[in-house]
Design a protein. Structure first.
Ligand code: GAL
Length: 433
């Protein structure tokens, strides 16, 4: 099996936080001396746009910015974040800014379709291939990752990490108290869920729409297997097949075991239910690991993890990256930022806190905890498939059609209509006939 990464209105609350702007040291020289030469390196303001506002992800970003500020103390960083997990709100704000000719210095964007189909094909980005050549990065990034960052012979962004989407997190104390093992298969999941329900514990924590889509993609993967799942996005798997029906029925059944207030919860609030012990499990990307740790939990002590039901041997992957918008203010500072994003030092500061593994292959493994080391091992040997919800698998318009179909399904629980909507979304995307 090739380990190829498959081609991979809102309340717009803009929280712009001015990070510590390290001022150059006050000169102590006598006032009669000639003015000192301007400090080396870029200066001025640099706006970094992301949606990293929750526990773990915000601290990870701070750690990366710290590395940047140590190397470029004369740049004043504006940490511009738009709250809303998975970037659902940030992407809308960004699109408006890009259309209006007001790009930030650099912005978070998922590797794959989200990057290429949106801003690259529209001619709004500058290629960054030169950074890969100058930094020797062509040798330290996996070729499959470089492939999904590439278009028309150029590379278009700098990835800081690899996240895994198909992880089931569980409260170890609840599992021990109820003599349970983490469910490996869908059938195991339903058995465990029944036991938990009988014990008065919500089996599965769930949140707002995008977290439902996230759960849904892991159910597709767990039911169809990696080849079947990946084929959904290339037209090789038939959306009308009985296997897909089975996946939709599994998803439908899973929804019987979630917290009632799911629609009102963000991903981190849903994860918090597992910490509080009101829910036993959560299916979420490994940014949840960053969240658990930010709340003082230790991997393997208070929380455990397993591939989401049925998905052992598959790694549902996504990557956060940063790019160079055309017309970015303070281009020199943006390039300095991208160099830090692509550096081993930057990635080794960011990822152990973020709950992701480095995109570079030469990281210092000893800096990563047990969960992250296991993720590194799985990434090296599992079949890699692209995440839908996190921008890798499908064009944004197709992704949105799936989000809409999931939303409707959650409201009406009509499996037939759901399958029809999904099948026609593939046709509309031009991938299925
Ligand atoms: C994902 C992103 C992660 C994390 C998560 C929750 O889309 O790739 O880095 O931020 O959303 O916000």
């Amino acid at each position: 099996m090739s380990r190829k990464l498959y081609p991979l209105l809102a309340s717009l609350l803009v929280v712009a936080t001015l990070l510590v702007a390290c001022q150059p040291a006050t000169p102590t020289a006598a006032p009669t001396e000639a003015p000192t030469a301007a400090p080396a390196g870029p200066s001025g303001k640099l706006e970094i746009f992301s949606w990293w506002t929750a526990g773990g992800e915000a601290e990870g970003l701070e750690a990366l910015l710290k590395v940047f500020q140590e190397q470029y103390p004369n740049v004043e960083v504006i940490n511009a974040t738009v709250a809303g997990g998975a970037g659902v709100d940030a992407r809308a704000v960004l699109a408006t800014r890009m259309q209006g000719g007001d790009p930030p210095g650099s912005f978070q964007v998922h590797a794959g379709h989200e990057l290429i189909d949106t801003y690259v094909v529209a001619g709004q980005m500058e290629p960054v291939t030169f950074l890969y050549k100058e930094g020797g990065w062509l040798d330290v990034y996996p070729q499959d990752l470089i492939d999904i960052l590439s278009y028309n012979g150029e590379i278009w962004s700098v990835p800081v990490n690899i996240h895994r989407a198909n992880v089931l997190w569980y409260n170890k104390a609840i599992f021990e108290d109820n003599n349970l093992e983490p469910p490996a298969t869908m059938d195991d999941f339903f058995q465990v869920a029944e036991t938990l329900k009988a014990a008065g514990i919500t089996p599965l924590a769930l949140g707002e729409t995008w977290t439902e889509v996230h759960l849904f993609e892991t159910v597709l993967l767990g039911t169809l297997g990696p080849e079947g799942y990946a084929g959904l996005w290339t037209g090789e798997t038939d959306w009308n097949s009985p296997e897909v029906t089975e996946a939709l029925n599994n998803f439908d059944r899973m929804l019987n075991y979630v917290n009632e207030d799911y629609a009102a919860l963000s991903w981190d609030q849903a994860t918090q239910l597992v910490i509080d012990g009101t829910a036993a499990m959560n299916v979420m990307g490994d940014w949840a690991e960053g969240y658990f740790k930010a709340q003082g939990w230790t991997p393997g002590v208070e929380f455990g993890w397993a591939p989401s039901p049925g998905s052992a041997g598959a790694f549902d992957a996504l990557s956060d990256s940063f790019g160079l918008p055309k017309g970015a203010p303070n281009r020199d500072a943006v390039i300095a930022w991208l160099k830090v994003c692509g550096s081993r030092e930057g990635q080794d500061a960011f990822n152990p806190i973020k709950g992701s593994i480095p995109a570079r292959t030469d990281a210092d493994r000893s800096l990563y905890d047990d969960y992250l080391q296991s993720a590194m091992d799985d990434f090296a040997r599992d079949t890699i498939v692209p995440s839908l919800m996190h921008g890798a698998a499908a064009a944004p318009s197709w992704q949105q059609a799936v989000i809409d179909a999931v939303s409707l399904f959650i409201a009406n629980r009509d499996v037939n209509a759901f399958q029809e909507a999904l099948a026609s979304a593939c046709v509309d995307a031009g991938v299925c006939k």
